[in-house]
Design a protein around this ligand. Structure first.
Ligand SMILES: NC(=O)c1ccc[n+]([C@@H]2O[C@H](COP(=O)([O-])OP(=O)(O)OC[C@H]3O[C@@H](n4cnc5c(N)ncnc54)[C@H](O)[C@@H]3O)[C@@H](O)[C@H]2O)c1
Length: 301
């Protein structure tokens, strides 16, 4: 669902030709035909191909990896590790040899660990591997603030850093509505409720859907990243990037503000954090490290 919906958002923007690959026979072919038949109505000229063969992706500028199992009700993202590590490993091996210069955007969960695996297995430079999490988590928080205050989503700026798990770190001190600090316009109990709902935003949707997980918001987040890269926008977004000393963290993928352009990650930006925020980030980083350790027992690289 996230892969095909990313294709839909991208086709609407008319910024790339698209190839959908899946192991299920006929499914990517059927979805790409359906999408192609929407294009005359919206007046967009892009080519959309579906295939069960990675050969069709040869020479891609960007590879978006969404292959893998989504969560079921009651599961954590980490529960997906064993199944998805092999799927992501194979997807990276098969795509990197056909598109060695591509920039990789990873969506599959557990996100920060799957991005780490992609970089290691693909022997990719860190600036060419980006995990999608922060745009989505921040957008969830923005949506909840908009619902609470009845203000346009466009006025709301929220920043969620850290790992893409329950320990993610919504930065309430840096978040604002048209420049007014969130902490000054929302009572502490309402702000806490929004922070908690943001942290559990994915799980809330899974328990409502019962089969599958969220896909509209995750995939539009990927589309925004693809657009920033193709248009060389130098766009600053929160995303999972390989940290090498930033925020005092090393050798993990972690949600931090990054600047995206045609070469991928141009830089990682560092907020000044207070002690409470630093402690929360460290706790989140420790959760990511633990899943990475479990990964090392499954895959050697
Ligand atoms: N990072 C995020 O913010 C975020 C948000 C939503 C979903 N996700 C994750 O993205 C992943 C996909 O979610 P979804 O809702 O699209 O799931 P989905 O079940 O709708 O689609 C996953 C697809 O992967 C395919 N697949 C399995 N093995 C494959 C392989 N070896 N090669 C190619 N395709 C293969 C399956 O056939 C299936 O069609 C899940 O792991 C989910 O947890 C992450």
């Amino acid at each position: 669902m996230t892969g095909a919906t990313t294709a839909l958002w991208l086709a609407e923007r008319e910024i790339a030709d698209l190839v959908l690959v899946d192991v299920l026979e006929g499914m990517p072919q059927g979805k790409s035909l359906d999408l192609s038949q929407a294009l005359p109505v919206i007046g967009k000229d892009v080519t959309i191909i579906g295939s069960n063969d990675f050969e069709a992706t040869t020479g891609s500028d960007i590879i978006v990896i969404t292959a893998g199992l989504p969560r079921k009700p009651g599961m954590s993202r980490d529960d997906l590790l064993t199944a998805n590590a092999e799927i992501v490993r194979k997807s990276v091996v098969e795509t990197v040899k056909r598109s060695p210069e591509a920039i990789f955007i990873i969506l599959t969960n557990p996100l920060d660990t799957m991005a780490y695996l992609a970089m290691k297995i693909g022997k990719l430079p860190p600036e060419r591997v980006i995990g999608q999490a922060g745009i989505l988590d921040s957008a969830r928080m923005r949506a909840f603030v908009a619902m609470e205050l009845k203000v346009s989503v466009e006025n709301i700026n929220c920043y969620v850093l850290g790992g893409h798990g329950d320990e993610m770190v919504p930065l309430t001190r840096h978040s604002n509505v048209a420049g007014f600090p969130l902490r000054e316009i929302l009572p502490p109990d309402r702000l806490d409720a929004i922070v908690n709902r943001t942290r559990k935003g994915g799980g809330e949707i899974i328990s409502l859907l019962k089969t599958g997980s969220a896909y509209y918001a995750p995939s539009v987040a990927v589309a925004q990243m693809v657009e920033a890269i193709l248009k060389d926008k130098h766009l600053i977004i929160p995303a999972s990037a390989y940290v090498q000393g930033e925020y005092n963290l090393r050798d993990i993928f972690f949600g931090v503000p990054v600047q995206l352009g045609r070469k991928g990650i141009e830089k990682i930006l560092e907020y000044e954090l207070d002690e409470v925020e630093k402690t929360a980030l460290e706790k989140s980083a420790e959760a990511v490290r633990q899943i990475n350790e479990a990964l090392h027992k499954l895959v050697s690289f």
